[in-house]
Design a protein around this ligand. Sequence first.
Ligand code: SDX
Length: 428
Amino acid sequence: MSETAKIELDGKVYELPVVVGTENEKAIDISKLRDLSGYVTLDTGYKNTGATKSAITFLDGEEGILHYRGYPIEQLAEKATFLEVAYLLIYGDLPKQSELDAFENSIKKHTLVHEDMKRFFEAYPAKAHPMGVLSSMISSLSTFYPESLDPNRSAEKKNLTVHRLIAKLPTLAAWSYKNSTSHPFMYPRNDYDYVKNFLYMMFAMPTEEYSVDPVIVSALNTLLILHADHEQNCSTSTVRIVGSSNANLYSTVSAGISALWGPLHGGANQEVIEMLEQIAADGGDVDKWVAKAKDKEDPFRLMGFGHRVYKNFDPRATIIKKACDDVLSKLGVNDPLLDIAKKLEKVALEDEYFKARNLYPNVDFYSGIIYKAIGIPTDMFTVMFALGRLPGWIAQWKEMTENKEPIGRPRQIYVGATNRNYVPISER
Ligand code: SDX
């Protein structure tokens, strides 16, 4: 394997170092290219550009492989708890029982939100989208905890800020839902585990005893693990670049929430259900809608299909699809949208257009079916994605700050008007 890459420009040959990762991924280190040659590289959308070296998540798009800190997602989804995986991503290895207990107890100490923040909810319109509420609320945490403003002050302060964020996001997410239903807010219960406490704050009412089917808790635990990190995706890259300016963790994650909201990214899970409902309302003719997805003149895309990296099955979609059948049958739920989703997948995967472009179901294609079955409302789906992705954002931010990476500032190629003189308005 070459140790360097040679590039010839204007008759001169430049040698650039080759970087090889632990899973044999290869890159050309171009950090000195402009100083040496005056040239920069151009890669709109960073489709072929590595932004960093990371030890958190490995994915192989061709083979459909996803590992968190070396552990296969299939094993973690089946055997771990979400907070155990959060600890693994953030601190680098699976916790011992004493470490996990300390992590969970620290988080339980911070699940309450400053009472003044409750008043913020009164200012939102009743039908405010919870992602807009959540990104504002998470950024506002920085105003209640000024010690978070210097993220690198001390390891202890950094850890406190991290634990506060993991503890308070579920409370704020559940309260944004309660606010949209004009139901009373439910305060966190520290005798419940992380997932059950979130479901309690979402669905309990002060007038009755709360109980939840363990199938639902287990399904949500699995979904959150599957969403926990995904290397340098759009929202994680946003977190890394915002955090690289030394912005505090709360406003950095708030930026990640905003990026995730986009329908091409985490917002796709909501779009998938709305798409399936539209197809069902239209009579369920999947052939018609697959044809629309292929028609360049038609803006319709098959939401939940395709991926920038996976050119094979998204391993998370494989697990979620299986969980769909399992959870719905255990809950006795028969959702016609699942049948439409399966038909859509079958037709698409046999179609040359999708095969030629390696378009497979991604993590968002089936996740909404389970969220719907466990009672999560559609406009909360992307909030669920954010809840799952939070440990990944934190881990990537922590790695970037601890590696003292420079502020992110890409270059460009200017293609606008060249030098010209100002023209007085009377002469234009
Ligand atoms: C997530 O990056 C991550 O890791 C993200 C994520 C994570 O965990 O963080 O995995 C989560 O965001 C999953 C993706 C959710 N988004 C969707 O499901 C929206 C629908 N998918 C697409 O918009 C698209 O596939 C993307 C955005 C996911 C990927 O887009 P790319 O890599 O920029 O690919 P592209 O848009 O250039 O598409 C290549 C071709 C094009 O056709 P041609 O120009 O070659 O003729 O495939 C076509 C596209 O038109 N295409 C689709 C399609 N997705 C791509 N055609 C129809 N339906 C689709 N869904």
